[in-house]
Write a protein that binds this ligand. Structure first.
Ligand code: DX5
Ligand code: ZN
Length: 242
């Protein structure tokens, strides 16, 4: 969401930087970057609630993607929230720049950030909502001590690095486990699931408890991103929860 670049970060506002849920978050990773404005507008018209932006550094994951410059460009193209997924080593070095570029939500990987309380506080101090991402093989228990400090959790359902991979089936149990844990512990965090989500599994993932559902290739591969986003957003409606 557009934030004046000169505006001072306001940590108290960071929690408001999350969407109403359930929410569809198209990932632009496989969008046509030559027609980015059209792709963004189409997904937005199809019912996107926010955009998921995948930042990769070629070290933490074997792929390179976008930096703050493109985030800032996308911020000018849409009024929707921007959810920046940092798949990078040493994320603390770049958080301020991504926040300044318009990131409403910023997640760092548990596997890449050894001092999570400091990193999460830095994200909050920069005015964005902090999240922690877990790879499919990283246990939920690794969140135990940081969960109360988070606005959201990002559960990966593929190994990060590329769009268009298949959902790893065992993650479904992990999704249900995180829902239970959040509900029982009274934590305020929402949670997002990312990777391999499409029309064939989005309802089950929602029913297992996910709040925000990321879909990349299911929206942007092929023609009609508006129709594809609309179909996915409609599938999220019947089981709506707060
Ligand atoms: C994977 C990224 C995902 C990916 C989702 O490393 O974090 O956000 O773009 O794309 P699909 O939906 O195609 O798996
Ligand atoms: Zn992602």
């Amino acid at each position: 969401m557009a934030r004046l670049s000169k505006e001072k970060p306001d940590p108290a506002r960071a929690a408001a930087r999350l969407p109403a849920t359930p929410a569809l978050a198209p990932s632009i990773l496989t969008a046509d970057f030559g027609r980015l404005a059209d792709e963004i507008a189409a997904a937005e018209a199809g019912g996107a609630r926010l955009f998921h932006l995948d930042v990769m550094d070629g070290h933490f994951v074997p792929n390179l993607t976008i930096g703050p410059l493109i985030v800032e460009t996308i911020d000018r193209l849409t009024g929707l929230l921007l959810d920046v997924h940092l798949m990078i080593e040493r994320p603390d070095l770049y958080i301020e720049r991504f926040a300044g570029a318009g990131a409403d939500m910023i997640s760092v990987h548990q596997e890449a950030a050894p001092h999570l309380h400091r990193t999460v506080q830095l994200i909050r101090d920069c005015g964005s909502a902090p999240g922690v991402a877990l790879n499919p093989s990283t246990p939920l228990a690794s969140l135990q001590e940081i969960l109360p400090d988070l606005d959201y959790v990002l559960l990966m359902s593929v190994d990060p690095g590329f769009g268009g991979q298949r959902f790893i089936p065992s993650v479904m149990t992990k999704i249900a486990g995180l829902r239970r844990h959040i509900d029982e512990s009274g934590a305020k965090a929402k949670f997002e699931v990312d990777g391999g989500i499409g029309p064939g599994n989005i309802v089950a993932i929602r029913e297992h408890g996910a709040d925000i559902l990321v879909a990349g290739s299911a929206v942007f591969d092929g023609r009609d991103p508006k129709g594809r986003a609309r179909a996915l957003a409609d599938l999220l409606q019947p089981a709506r929860r707060g």
